[in-house]
Write a protein that binds this ligand. Structure first.
Ligand code: SF4
Length: 444
């Protein structure tokens, strides 16, 4: 979501005549787009803002702006605390940045905008700059969230849930495809509840079907999907909509019913396991990734063991795991039973160790198969190597010419690495024989 916002802001600034520079020392305007979902990210952003004081001292004409969740959360108080800061732009104010820059230039007064705006009128349909699309492009379909997970600051900093219209989204997808995108990733805090409040009550499945009709859309993905709202109709889309990739990110957060209730997630461990089984019935090759928070207030050793047990039961293809941190204004901040930091860290390491083994085993199971890879660009693993993704969202590296970028190429998987696969282009009609697994990998 933040990456999408950063891209969108960059587009607006390019339209205003700005150019991107690599070195902040050469910039006329520095914008820090922030995330406050975790304490660490917030600290990082604020400490970078503090360091920009030296730049402002050397070149007082440089404009310094902070945008996104931290700006939304702290508002005008940031202007009081940080004298070298010029603009504070909340999560709904990005489209207003050019106007705020003009006001600053005209009046010399520092600007702050943190109002919530519940329409997408600031984003005319199809307005995406044509030259900006890569092979895979993000499209935001909604913003905000109406859920109340006890640990989460998102509803505070991004406001109530609000969906864009199907027409507007399809317009943006058409524009992205025309400028080279082959894959679109539909983004929302909880895409499963897309459409609330829109005329005609379109649901997320309806939106998926409409996007799939756009000529040139080779692949579709979406994130994030809340388990409590994952309906049979939406699961059925994985069998029905051809461009929809067999991959779902379904954050479980904990494997303990007691902790799930304290987190206010609205589902049980058993319900989550049923969803996984149903998804695999509909689409046996579906890849499932998830998020887990360790060390939530009140999490005991037995709860943590339940989470490890759930990982073994589900065998996620990938997992993002985090240590719980208090966020201001959230119910979890007031919960007793804070888990000591060293215990949180120990649990995180043990959870990550288990998942690394599972991910590697699942990657190893791909060796010897041929998978279609949508080529995204040069790989970081070495000269002459390209990188792309399988339909299951696995990163695949292989040797190939740059003209393959943007195309779907059949790749024979020859080796599994902890976070990626290595392969060779499979020529037409090639059927692999059972092969010995290679053990070397490029370590990506
Ligand atoms: S669904 Fe829960 S975790 Fe996700 S953004 Fe909404 S409140 Fe936060």
């Amino acid at each position: 979501m933040n990456r999408y916002d950063s891209e969108r802001l960059a587009e607006l600034l390019l339209e205003e005549g700005y150019e991107a520079v690599v070195d902040e020392g050469q910039a006329d305007l520095v914008v820090i787009n922030t995330c406050s979902v975790r304490e660490k990210a917030e600290h990082k952003a604020l400490s970078y803002l503090g360091r920009l004081k030296m730049l402002k001292r050397r070149r007082p004409e440089v404009i310094i702006a902070i945008a996104g969740c931290v700006a939304q959360q702290k508002g005008a108080s940031l202007l009081d605390k940080v004298p070298h800061l010029d603009l504070v732009v909340g999560t709904h104010g990005l489209a207003q940045v050019p106007r705020m820059l003009a006001n600053l230039a005209a009046t010399g007064r520092r600007q702050c905008l943190v109002d919530f705006v519940y329409d997408f009128g600031d984003r005319p349909e199809g307005s995406r700059r044509p030259q900006s699309a890569g092979v895979s492009a993000y499209v935001t379909i909604m913003r905000g969230c109406d859920n109340h997970c006890a640990y989460c600051i998102v509803p505070q900093v991004r406001g109530r849930e609000c969906s864009r219209t199907v027409r507007e989204i399809v317009g943006e997808v058409e524009s992205l495809v025309a400028s080279g995108a082959r894959e679109v990733v539909l983004l929302g805090q909880n895409v499963n509840s897309f459409g609330k409040g829109l005329s005609g009550n379109p649901d997320f499945a309806t939106l998926l079907r409409e996007v799939a009709k756009v000529p040139g859309v080779m692949r579709m993905r979406f994130t994030t999907s809340h388990p409590k709202d994952l309906s049979p109709v939406l699961m059925g889309c994985f069998a029905e909509i051809e461009p929809l990739c067999p991959h779902i990110h379904l954050p479980v957060q904990s494997g303990s019913d007691r902790i799930l209730a304290r987190m206010r997630r609205g589902y049980t461990r058993e319900h989550f396991l049923e969803l996984v089984a149903a998804l695999r019935r509909v689409r046996p090759d579906v890849a499932i990734s998830s998020d887990v928070i360790v060390g939530f207030p009140g999490e005991g050793e037995a709860d943590f063991q339940d989470t490890l047990g759930l990982l073994e039961a589900v065998r996620f293809d990938a997992l993002f795991s985090f240590i719980y941190s208090d966020r201001p204004g959230t119910p979890a901040k007031r919960l007793p039973g804070k888990v000591p930091e060293e215990v949180q860290l120990e649990r995180l390491q043990s959870l990550q160790g288990l998942q690394e083994r599972i991910t590697l085993e699942r990657n190893e199971a791909q060796v010897g198969s041929i998978t279609p890879v949508l080529v995204e660009g040069p790989s970081q693993v070495g000269e002459g190597q390209l990188s792309g993704r399988s339909p299951q969202n696995r990163v695949v590296n292989f040797a190939g010419q740059p003209d393959l970028v943007g195309r779907e190429v059949p790749v024979l998987i020859s080796a599994a690495c902890p976070h990626s696969l290595q392969g060779v282009v499979a020529s037409d009609g090639y059927h692999p024989l059972p092969m010995v697994k290679e053990t070397s990998c490029y370590g990506k």
